[in-house]
Design a protein around this ligand. Structure first.
Ligand SMILES: [Zn+2]
Length: 341
């Protein structure tokens, strides 16, 4: 049955809330309107509304969106994007900016393949013929988006997992290499949150950080941010902490001139969760029991999305804790159990 626009929007807000709790989604509501300083536009304080185009320096801009979309001006009238938003609607809003400014989109550079970052790819490629580039394994996921829910679930995903919030439409992505990048745009490896995630640095000093950082509000409210590789994530955060730039643009946190304190806050949260898991595993416990206790401890509500997003993340923590010698794995009565060492 067709949904009314309002009902669809309400449903969409609710699902974003669910995704947010695992760090993939984004704050809706009040976060859509928030204060940032925009020096280059000559504004000290400004309220940014959804899909507004914000210029940060001469060539580097972003479009406010549930997952911020970077826009870099190349040789006039050409521009490229860093990610494409969560869906076709985001793609349409991007296109309005292209049309209004007489810009020609040459390429979309995807930071990683989560659905909220590649969701506008197909529409924009269809409309503009732009090329799409994604790094390493992210390119395979972008070309074959069923890999995302399949990976998260660890098998064939049932239909509750095969919707646009976990599975974007496929797009014709090419492997991102240094040669594909326009002059003045540099990719920065940022693995951890997802397999081969990258960020980008522009020559006028803006660093797009993709999903390295969750905001304090998100972490305080939802606690367990999605990640794939704990060790790589912590190393990435240490590098981010030491980075310098005119502006940092994290996809799901506030644009800032200094992200070192927020990077440390994210590191501390990872270490806290690891501590919590080892605390839970006093006696041998199976994955499902560990996950249940974490949901109870953090006041989270279980459903298919939470199960796969938080569940996949906790499996990664268990592997990291085992490989680091803090947990051991036992097979008892044909069950895989985890126990503190
Ligand atoms: Zn994201």
């Amino acid at each position: 049955m067709p949904r009314s626009g309002k009902a669809a929007r309400e449903r969409s807000d609710r699902i974003y809330e669910i995704q947010l709790s695992a760090g993939i989604g984004v704050p809706s509501g009040q976060a859509c309107l928030r204060q940032i300083r925009c020096r280059c536009a000559g504004r000290k304080e400004n309220t940014v509304s959804m899909y507004e185009l914000i210029q940060l320096s001469q060539r580097s801009c972003y479009i406010q969106s549930p997952a911020k979309i970077g826009l870099v001006r190349l040789e006039d009238p050409e521009v490229c994007l860093i990610d494409s938003g969560s869906d076709k609607d985001a793609g349409r809003r991007v296109r309005q900016h292209l049309d209004a400014n007489g810009w020609r989109l040459t390429a979309i550079y995807n930071t990683h393949s989560n659905a909220d970052h590649i969701g506008g790819n197909k529409y924009l490629q269809g409309q503009t013929g732009c090329r799409i580039y994604a790094p390493g394994i992210e390119c395979a996921f972008t070309r074959h988006p069923v890999l995302e829910p399949s990976f998260l679930y660890g098998g064939y995903p049932c239909k509750e997992m095969r919707h646009k919030f976990l599975m974007a439409q496929e797009s014709d992505a090419l492997e991102l290499t240094a040669e594909c990048l326009p002059e003045g745009l540099e990719s920065i490896p940022l693995p951890g949150h997802f397999f081969d995630m990258v960020g980008f640095r522009t020559e006028d000093g803006v660093v797009y950080l993709a999903d390295c950082l969750s905001s304090r509000e998100t972490l305080d409210k939802y606690q367990i941010g999605f990640l794939y590789d704990v060790a790589a994530y912590l190393e990435t955060l240490e590098r981010v902490k030491a980075m310098e730039a005119k502006w940092f643009v994290p996809a799901h946190a506030e644009v800032s001139e200094d992200v070192s304190a927020l990077a440390q806050y994210n590191i501390d949260k990872v270490l806290e969760i690891a501590e919590k898991i080892t605390g839970i595993c006093q006696g041998p416990l199976c994955f499902e029991a560990i996950l249940q206790r974490l949901f109870s401890a953090y006041g989270l509500t279980m459903n298919f999305q939470q199960y796969v997003l938080v569940g996949s993340t906790i499996r990664s923590y268990l592997a990291w804790l085992k490989d680091g010698g803090r947990l051991e794995a036992l097979f008892e009565d044909n069950m895989l159990l985890w126990r503190r060492k």
